[in-house]
Every structure is written in structure tokens, then in C-alpha cells.
Design a protein around this ligand. Structure first.
Ligand SMILES: Nc1nc2c(c(=O)[nH]1)N[C@H]1C(S)=C(S)[C@@H](COP(=O)(O)OP(=O)(O)OC[C@H]3O[C@@H](n4cnc5c(=O)[nH]c(N)nc54)[C@H](O)[C@@H]3O)O[C@H]1N2
Ligand SMILES: Nc1nc2c(c(=O)[nH]1)N[C@H]1C(S)=C(S)[C@@H](COP(=O)(O)OP(=O)(O)OC[C@H]3O[C@@H](n4cnc5c(=O)[nH]c(N)nc54)[C@H](O)[C@@H]3O)O[C@H]1N2
Ligand code: SF4
Ligand SMILES: [Mo]
Length: 706
């Protein structure tokens, strides 16, 4: 007998927009998923992936029990056997080769799952290794490093006050497809339109006329990887035309003259040659940033995940700082979340270059080494070689540069365990896979993205379904495995209480608590009473009190920035006339490498093709819709090319996360899709030198007819 239909309210955790959902269920069936109109942040917005949350829940390919590899077969085993085996294997590898012979790789969904954030430490402590990698260095490491050195904390990252800005300069971001990144701003189309409706403008700088560029007031094409010249020329213009205004931050700034002299030689005319953006246009961008009240300059993947990623993010902060656009309404401001509010003394500030990688000597940041070197650390023999891996919610074979090499490296390991619910291109190399419950089966409070939100809210998300008997949440796996490994090694083992208790503790010590004397006197229980989320109010200035630097000032020029400016000055690289620059592409119906098993998302015309400008097709005697071979320093792939004047001449675009047709992958629907992995072309040696972040955009490739 079936029970009555129920309505649940829960935020989607697939991307950074954290949209509120209204989910109707009956028994264990989902009747509908819609946007929650009463969510104060997302206001009813939902994208197609939100509806597809149900496909993860019902996916027959999703693992529900731990599995152990036996040749090319997988056998279900008990949690106890799984934990004991992993504990013994991890300890054995470490006894044989040293503590650091076991490494961690943490993928993107870790930050979308609060239990992973609160509990990973239990496992990490037991494993004891200092070798950690994550998707951070395939993505936003330049943002963290920049915030760490300017503001003293890697998580004190100002975000655009998009709801009040009158001029938004978007460089290398496509929020209409990505729904915003390092800017939690659900309902991007309305938020951008609202800028225009209040008489403001937004401008997009991108090598592709993206969905966002198409609705912008202005779009400027830029040659991939050259943004640093443009940004330095904007800084040059601010000084040259006496447009600098540092407002209320003036007394905190150290080294403004160094910035002035560093950008002296970067004229807009010089930048025009490198970038393809007209000098006069670059001057105008600087003037608009300076003259329009409430202006903001924002840069994302396109400017972070390229060879000058850190320099670009630094320059963007400088532009905001020097035009009085930092810590002001309509500019860039830090959010004030109920949990994880960054102020002096907040743990996890970060550190940089405390040690370096064994083979290539790249610096750590906050205890992590760049993911680009993970494979070489596995494949290069000698003391300190990685022989075992714990991968959690990641797919580096498809998501990190030189994916083929990563594939080989993982196959060469003595032992690998994955915490993941799919057998994909990466986890197929594991000896044991430990599957957590899926999102709808566990509760959630967003720790990461309220911190980056354009409006302060708090929302607790109850689980929609009871987890199946005998399944475990990520945090329970961390606890169980951590304890098992600690016991095997004879260490003290301490599981942590459930994540809601830890978050409650944080909230009760946060800025809106009774302890802080705030009228809201927030506790997690109080937040729970607001099932659509609690509105705490708009972003507010207050950076001076929140700076975590040792002297309370902002030191504008770090040594690594000076060195990188020298690198930029010395960079006279030119492309061979037969080379193209490869960039990525996101689509609203795709999510990195792991949502291609949802019929709802992959149906319709394919979205994995290479885009090339029609003139380039003609010049290279290629046919629209024909098969082409794309070749880079590290590999080659064959795929279909589509003519598109969306991309500028000399640039080609291929999305990442495709190419599931491989032996060993248990993703029925995904494996039926075409496409190849873009990261079989991206180059593990092409990096942002300053941080070690991968340069996945602007990869030189050649293209041939097949
Ligand atoms: N060429 C190119 N490459 C890129 C990018 C690009 O733009 N271009 N983008 C980069 C960026 S920004 C990122 S963030 C990375 C992402 O790279 P990764 O984080 O390495 O990979 P994902 O594709 O996000 O894979 C996520 C995995 O987590 C699993 N998973 C999902 N939810 C959960 C959960 O709750 N618990 C657990 N335990 N597992 C879960 C999924 O099954 C999947 O296997 O890719 C990067 N790679
Ligand atoms: N639908 C969907 N949403 C997602 C994801 C997804 O895979 N699918 N992934 C999530 C993740 S993990 C992240 S990190 C965010 C990323 O969020 P965004 O950064 O907004 O996403 P992208 O679409 O990669 O936008 C990067 C833009 O930079 C441009 N670009 C490439 N190279 C250059 C360059 O050299 N200079 C300039 N100026 N621009 C350049 C590209 O053409 C592209 O339009 O999206 C998140 N949201
Ligand atoms: S934009 Fe889509 S994927 Fe992102 S949180 Fe909202 S519904 Fe989920
Ligand atoms: Mo990302």
C-alpha cells in the first residue's frame, strides 16, 4: 500500500549555485523536482541538472555496496571486509615504501558534500601521508593563493556584488552555462539582466562568443592565455591617466609604487599585439572600471586555468583595489556566512611552498601539491615514489592534463581505493571501491558555497530518502576507514560526531550567534525551522577588520608576482602558423565528467564536438562535420569538427569530461555517447608557474583531416 505524496525542500548540490529545490515524492519514487520559489537566494531558479538529481538516485549503475576487483570482475563485499582490507593494504604499502608512498586525490564533489568536508580529516590523520592532491589545482588555486597573499587567508575571497553592481567585467567565465563559479549566484540570467535594467552594463572578454557573451552589452574576443597583458595594460592606464582611487583601504596598502612601476612598460598598444583587443578598448575598460560607481572586475576558469592564472587573478584584485571597487557596494566583497566566517584567527589560512614535489619541484599550497604532477610522482622510480592512492569523488583520468599518462600511472599502483559510487575511467583502477549514499539520501549544509555567495543566506537540507539498509554516508566511510587504518597501525583512533553537530557548533560560535551577541542568535535548529533557507542580508563592506595578514595590511606585491611579471615581460612566444589554441567549453546539461549517465541530460544533439571558425576550416581544407585528428605534445584524438563563428579564428574548443567508451567503465548510458577526452590533449607540463595550477586552456594543438 502506498503512502501519501510528500513535499521536501532541499538545495541542489551539483554546482556552486546551490539552488533550492521542491521535491515531491511518494514512497521511494520521485514525482517531480522544481525550483523552490521561496528560497531567498535562488528564488525558484533551477537548471536541467537539478531535475536530473533523481537520475543519480535511481541509476542502476550506481554502486550500493563495497566492491572488490577480481581480475576484470567486481565482487560485492561487506563494509567490515572492505575497511579491514584497505587498512591492511595501506599500512603494508607504507611499511614497505614509507608513509608518503600513499597519496590522496580529492575531486570536486567533496566540496559539495558537507560530510566530506567535516570528516576527511579523520582518514587523513590515520593515513599520515603528506602527499595530497585535489581538483583545486585544476581549477581555482590561483584564487586561493592570491587571497592568501593579499588578505592573509585562502578562503577570504571577495565575490562580485552582482545584485548592486552597475558595471561588471567578466573575463574567462561563462556563468550562463556554469551557473557561476567563485560566485554563488543562482538565477544568473535574471541577475545579469537586472544590471541592465538598472541602467548598468556587463562586458565579457572570452575567446568564444559564449551564451553569456551573447546577452552581454559588449563582447571582446581575446587570444587564449594572453589576459595578463590586457590586465597589466588596464593597470598601466589607471596609473597613466591618474584614475587610481583606493578609497577607505588607502592606509592599509603597502607597495603601491611597486605596482605602478611593475606595469609601467605594459602599454595598451603592446597588449593589443598580444591579445588582439584594441588598445583604445583596453583604455576604455580601465576608465569604466574607474569612473562607474559600483563597478566590478571578475575573472574565472578562463583566466585562472591558463599559463598566467595567478598573475591574472592578482591583477584582477589590483584593478578592483585601485578603482575603489573592493569592499564597496556593487564591487567585490567578502561574504559573511553563518558557518566558516573568515576573520583573524580563523584556521586554515594556508601556507605556500613549505615543501616541493619530488620530481618537478613544484610548490605545495595549504598542504597540497599540484594535481598535474600526480602521474609523474607515480611513474618516476626512486625514494618517495607514490605506490598507493586513496581517491575520493574524483576522476583524474578524464579531468587532469595528460589523461593517458594518468591512466597508465593508476594502472601501475600497488594499491588503490576509491570512495565513489561509480565505476568510471578512474575508479576502475581501484582494488576496492567504497560507495557512499547519494545526495538525496543524506542531509547537507553548504559549507563551501555560502562562503562565496553574493547574498548571505543559510539553509539546512534534510535528506529526502532514508538510505538503504547497510549503506554508508561519505562521513561514515571516513570515520570507519580512519579508525580501521589507525587500529591497524596501532594509532589512537577517534571517529567524529555527525556533521550536523559539527556545523551547529560552528554556527553557535559564528557571527550570528548568541555568543557573538547577534540578535538572530543562530543555531542549526533555528536554521532548520526555515525550510526554504534563511535570508541574512546583502553583502556588507568590512574587509579592514577581517584581514588575516600578520600586520593587518595588504601587501600588494609578493615575490612570486614580481617573478611572474618578469616571466611575462620575457615571454615572446609565437605560435606556429599551423597551430591552434585549444580551449574548453561547459554546457548547462553537463557536469564535469560524471553526469553523462543521465538520459535527461545527454538526450538531444551531441555536445562534445570540436568547434572551429569557418575561415580556419577553409584554410586548412577541412569539412564541416567531418572527422579530424587533433594532436598536441602529449597525445592525439579523433573527433568531429563543427564550423562555428562563436570561436575566434586560431582557436578551437572541446569540452572536457567526455570519452566514456572504454573497457572497464560501468556507465551504460555514458559509454554509448560519442566524444573523446579533451584531457588526452592537455599537457601536464603546461602550467601556471607561480602556483603549479594546470593550464587547461590555451593548449597548442594541430588539426588534420582524417
Ligand atoms: N580540459 C579541462 N579539464 C578540466 C576542466 C576544464 O575546464 N577543462 N575543469 C576542471 C575543473 S574546474 C574541475 S573542478 C575538475 C573536476 O575533476 P574531478 O573532481 O577529478 O572529477 P569529476 O568529473 O568532478 O568527478 C567526480 C567524481 O565524484 C563522484 N561523486 C559525485 N558525488 C559524490 C559524492 O557525494 N561522494 C563521493 N564519494 N563521490 C561522488 C562521481 O561519481 C565522479 O566519479 O575537472 C577539471 N578538468
Ligand atoms: N553546467 C556545468 N556547470 C558547471 C560545471 C560543469 O561542468 N557544467 N563545472 C563546475 C565547475 S567545477 C567549475 S570550476 C565552474 C567553472 O565556471 P566558469 O569559469 O564560468 O566556466 P567555463 O564555462 O569553463 O568558463 C570559462 C570561460 O573561459 C573562456 N576561456 C578559455 N580560455 C580563456 C582565456 O585564455 N582567456 C579568457 N578571457 N577566457 C578564456 C572559455 O571560452 C569559457 O567561456 O563551473 C561549474 N559549473
Ligand atoms: S544551477 Fe542547476 S546544477 Fe547548479 S545548483 Fe542550481 S539546479 Fe543544481
Ligand atoms: Mo571546478
Amino acid at each position: 500500500m502506498s503512502t501519501e505524496a510528500k513535499t521536501h525542500y532541499r538545495a541542489c548540490n551539483l554546482c556552486e549555485a546551490i539552488c533550492g529545490l521542491e521535491i515531491k515524492t511518494q514512497d521511494d519514487q520521485i514525482l517531480s523536482i522544481k525550483g523552490d520559489k521561496n528560497d531567498p537566494l535562488s528564488r525558484g531558479y533551477i537548471c536541467p541538472k537539478g531535475t536530473a538529481m533523481q537520475d543519480i538516485y535511481t541509476d542502476p549503475d550506481r554502486l550500493r555496496k563495497p566492491v572488490k576487483r577480481h581480475g576484470d570482475k567486481w565482487i560485492e563485499i561487506s563494509w567490515q571486509e572492505a575497511f579491514d582490507t584497505v587498512a591492511d593494504k595501506v599500512a603494508t604499502v607504507q611499511e614497505q615504501y614509507g608513509i608518503n608512498a600513499v597519496a590522496f586525490y580529492a575531486g570536486n564533489p567533496n566540496v559539495h558534500n558537507y560530510g566530506s568536508m567535516t570528516h576527511a580529516g579523520v582518514l587523513r590523520k590515520a593515513v599520515q601521508t603528506k602527499i595530497h592532491f585535489s581538483a583545486t589545482s585544476l581549477d581555482q588555486l590561483p584564487h586561493h593563493l592570491t587571497s592568501y597573499s593579499l588578505y592573509g587567508h585562502q578562503s577570504l575571497i571577495p565575490v562580485p556584488d552582482i545584485d548592486h553592481t552597475n558595471y561588471m567585467l567578466i573575463i574567462g567565465g561563462n556563468p550562463l552555462a556554469s551557473n557561476g563559479s567563485i560566485m554563488t549566484a543562482p538565477d544568473i540570467p535574471k541577475r545579469l539582466k537586472a544590471i541592465q535594467q538598472r541602467g548598468g552594463r556587463f562586458v565579457v572578454i572570452d575567446p568564444r562568443r559564449t551564451e553569456t557573451a551573447a546577452i552581454a552589452d559588449q563582447h571582446l574576443f581575446i587570444r587564449p592565455g594572453t589576459d595578463a597583458w590586457l590586465l597589466m595594460a588596464m593597470l598601466h592606464t589607471l596609473f597613466a591617466e591618474d584614475l587610481v582611487n583606493t578609497g577607505h583601504l588607502t592606509n592599509l596598502l603597502v607597495g603601491i609604487d611597486e605596482v605602478r612601476s611593475a606595469c609601467e612598460s605594459f602599454t595598451p598598444e603592446f597588449a593589443e599585439q598580444r591579445t588582439g583587443v584594441a588598445a583604445e578598448q583596453i583604455r576604455q575598460l580601465a576608465r569604466d572600471m574607474a569612473n562607474i560607481e559600483g563597478a566590478v572586475c571578475y575573472g574565472r576558469m578562463g583566466v585562472s586555468v591558463q599559463v598566467y592564472g595567478t598573475l591574472c587573478q592578482w591583477a584582477i584584485q589590483m584593478i578592483n583595489l585601485l578603482t575603489h571597487s573592493l569592499d564597496v557596494r556593487g564591487g567585490m566583497m567578502a561574504s559573511s556566512p553563518a558557518f566558516g566566517f573568515v576573520k583573524p584567527g580563523e584556521p586554515g589560512a594556508g601556507h605556500f611552498a613549505a615543501f616541493h614535489s619530488r620530481v618537478s619541484g613544484l610548490p605545495e599550497f595549504a598542504g597540497e601539491l599540484p594535481a598535474t604532477i600526480m602521474a609523474e610522482e607515480m611513474l618516476t622510480e626512486g625514494e618517495g615514489q607514490i605506490r598507493g592512492l586513496i581517491s575520493v569523488a574524483g576522476n583524474p583520468v578524464l579531468s587532469s592534463p595528460n589523461g593517458n599518462q594518468m591512466d597508465k600511472a593508476l594502472a601501475s599502483l600497488d594499491f588503490m581505493v576509491s570512495i565513489d559510487f561509480y565505476i568510471n575511467e578512474t575508479t576502475q583502477h581501484a582494488d576496492i571501491i567504497l560507495p557512499p549514499t547519494s545526495a538525496l539520501e543524506h542531509d547537507h549544509y553548504d559549507i563551501a558555497f555560502h562562503r562565496l555567495a553574493v547574498h548571505n543566506t543559510a539553509r539546512f537540507n534534510e535528506a529526502v530518502f532514508e538510505p538503504n539498509e547497510g549503506t554508508k554516508h561519505d562521513w561514515e566511510i571516513f570515520n570507519g576507514l580512519g579508525v580501521a587504518i589507525a587500529e591497524r597501525k596501532g594509532l589512537e583512533a577517534k571517529p567524529l560526531p555527525s556533521p550536523d553537530q559539527l556545523v551547529d557548533f560552528g554556527i553557535q560560535h559564528g557571527p550570528y550567534s548568541a555568543a557573538a551577541g547577534h540578535e538572530l542568535a543562530l543555531t542549526l535548529d533555528k536554521i532548520k525551522q526555515h525550510m526554504h533557507g534563511l535570508d541574512i542580508g546583502p553583502l556588507e563592506p568590512g574587509l579592514p577588520e577581517r584581514l588575516c595578514t600578520h600586520d593587518g595590511n595588504i601587501t600588494m606585491m609578493a615575490d612570486y608576482i614580481k617573478q611572474d611579471i618578469m616571466r611575462l615581460i620575457a615571454d615572446l612566444s609565437v605560435l606556429d602558423k599551423d597551430e591552434f589554441l585549444l580551449i574548453g567549453r561547459r554546457h548547462i546539461r553537463s557536469n564535469n565528467s560524471w553526469m553523462h549517465n543521465s538520459h535527461r541530460l545527454v538526450k538531444g544533439k551531441p555536445r562534445w564536438q570540436l568547434l572551429m571558425h569557418p575561415d580556419d576550416l577553409v584554410a586548412h581544407q577541412l569539412q564541416d562535420q567531418s572527422q579530424v585528428r587533433i594532436q598536441s605534445r602529449v597525445g592525439e584524438v579523433e573527433t568531429q569538427v563543427l564550423a562555428s563563428d562563436e570561436v575566434m579564428p586560431g582557436v578551437v574548443s572541446l569540452p572536457h569530461g567526455w570519452g566514456h567508451k572504454r573497457a572497464g567503465v560501468h556507465l551504460n548510458l555514458a559509454a554509448k555517447q560519442g566524444g573523446v577526452s579533451c584531457n588526452d590533449l592537455t599537457d601536464d607540463k603546461l602550467i601556471d608557474r607561480a602556483s603549479g595550477n594546470s593550464a587547461l586552456n590555451g593548449v597548442p594543438v594541430r588539426i588534420f583531416a582524417v
